[in-house]
Design a protein around this ligand. Structure first.
Ligand code: ZN
Ligand code: ZN
Ligand code: ZN
Length: 438
């Protein structure tokens, strides 16, 4: 019994000692505990070759926590690399006008070369140098030459425009077949309506005059068709039509061949030449309002319609933008009040002073009309006019100069080369001028 008592005391003492130690340990632990200072580590997506991680927090105590602040191991945050490459094409050989290029697939992220390669077809688009040699442009990449203009018998041939009329009945039949159905007021059947004039930048259309361009046997032809005649003035509606007196009637398709435009080089300087067309190429109204050449219908038509029709992209590159002198000095009268500011144009009408200079330099200034200009209503001295036999085929054409005493009148060149004034709302002949790089 005594022995048991001693054992009990020993056990109690031991338990007390353990309890005391436990208390002491508990106190120690309370001293080292701290409030975690969570520092966020942003999520980072993995790439094909690099591991990423989910969002987690660290603390200076060296522990890691997930987004919900539950303690985790650092390895729990790792998102393994995907092994999935991001395909992209890498061009290692650029295609040129005459040489194929090459490209292959690679990973846009790690740069690894992947399966897949392709040939890039040659562009066929040449890079033309800035200068012409004997009328030819040269590609700076492959050296190919492209004839821009031809010089022959003192004339320059540059650009193309519908000009002479097709009179071969078999060819006319073939062209009519290619053109298909004639346009009607309800259905144009693929034909285009002519622009009548520009008014404040807006194009209005001929009510019933159409054209269509057709390729045939390596040549290009333009069909023209109308249901009522063009009047020689915009609002002067009677039957006094130059088209009729030129021999063109309603409800008939007439065909005109696109041919090189013949120009006279009236001046050469600073590596450029001033070209003036040697024929009257079209018939247009000068303007729809008396607000000067700058805002005239004819200027807009020349630089939009004629420019786009007559010259392809390569030819157009060699037409310089001219500063067109519209001052009083460009007219015959230095006190002319009917002038406007200078314009920047690719194509322009000659001025009265320029034509006077041409005349002094012994260039002819009267012009014959093309058949196409005649179907477009440009006045032409008819063969029936016996008194003007010498001038059969010659027409009248607009200058860009306005009359000094009457702003509604424009200086025109008559069939005999004399200068006259005509009302701006009439349709007269067009003899374009431009500056061409040499
Ligand atoms: Zn901590
Ligand atoms: Zn990759
Ligand atoms: Zn080339």
């Amino acid at each position: 019994m005594k022995k048991n008592k001693r054992l009990l005391i020993l056990a109690v003492a031991l338990a007390l000692a353990i309890a005391a130690m436990a208390l002491a340990a508990c106190d120690g632990k309370a001293q080292t505990a701290h409030t975690h200072n969570y520092v966020e580590v942003a999520a980072n997506s993995p790439t094909c070759v690099l591991a990423g991680n989910s969002l987690y927090y660290t603390c200076e105590c060296g522990r890691y926590f997930d987004a919900n602040k539950n303690e985790i191991k650092l390895s729990d945050t790792v998102i393994p690399a995907t092994g999935e490459h991001t395909e992209t094409w890498e061009v290692d050989v650029e295609a040129t006008c005459v040489r194929d290029g090459h490209k292959y697939k690679k990973c846009a992220v790690c740069g690894e070369k992947l399966d897949g390669e392709e040939t890039i077809p040659k562009t066929g688009e040449h890079t033309w140098g800035d200068k012409l040699e004997n009328g030819k442009a040269k590609c700076t990449v492959c050296g190919l030459e492209n004839e821009i203009y031809k010089s022959e018998n003192g004339k320059i041939y540059f650009g193309n425009y519908p000009q002479s009329e097709v009179d071969d009945a078999a060819l006319i039949a073939e062209l009519n077949a290619k053109a298909g159905e004639k346009p009607t007021l309800e259905n144009a059947h693929g034909w285009s309506k002519y622009i009548k004039f520009y008014c404040e930048g807006e194009a209005t259309f001929e009510e019933d005059m159409w054209y269509i361009d057709v390729e045939h046997g390596g040549n290009k032809y333009r069909g023209v068709y109308f249901l009522t005649n063009l009047y020689f003035a915009i609002w002067y509606h009677n039957n006094n039509s130059n088209q009729l007196s030129n021999g063109y009637e309603v409800e008939t398709v007439y065909w005109f061949k696109w041919e090189p435009i013949e120009w006279v080089s009236v001046r050469t300087d600073d590596n450029k030449m001033t070209l003036v067309a040697n024929l009257i190429l079209d018939g247009q109204y000068w303007s729809a309002a008396d607000d000067g050449y700058k805002n005239s219908n004819v200027r807009q038509w020349l630089n939009e319609n004629f420019y786009a029709d007559a010259f392809n992209d390569v030819e157009a590159k060699f037409i310089l933008q001219a500063t067109v002198d519209n001052s009083a000095a460009s007219t015959s009268n230095p006190d002319n009040p009917n002038v406007c500011e200078d314009t920047l144009d690719k194509v322009f009408l000659p001025s009265e002073s320029e034509v006077t200079t041409m005349h002094e330099d012994s260039f002819a200034i009267n012009r014959k009309t093309t058949a196409y200009a005649r179907v477009r209503g440009a006045y032409t001295v008819p063969e029936s006019n016996k008194g003007l036999k010498k001038y059969h085929g010659y027409g009248t054409w607009w200058l860009r100069s306005q009359n000094a005493t009457n702003a509604t009148k424009i200086t025109t060149i008559m069939y005999d080369g004399s200068i006259l004034n005509d009302y701006y709302y009439r349709a007269d002949g067009i003899v374009p001028a431009l500056l061409l790089t040499l």
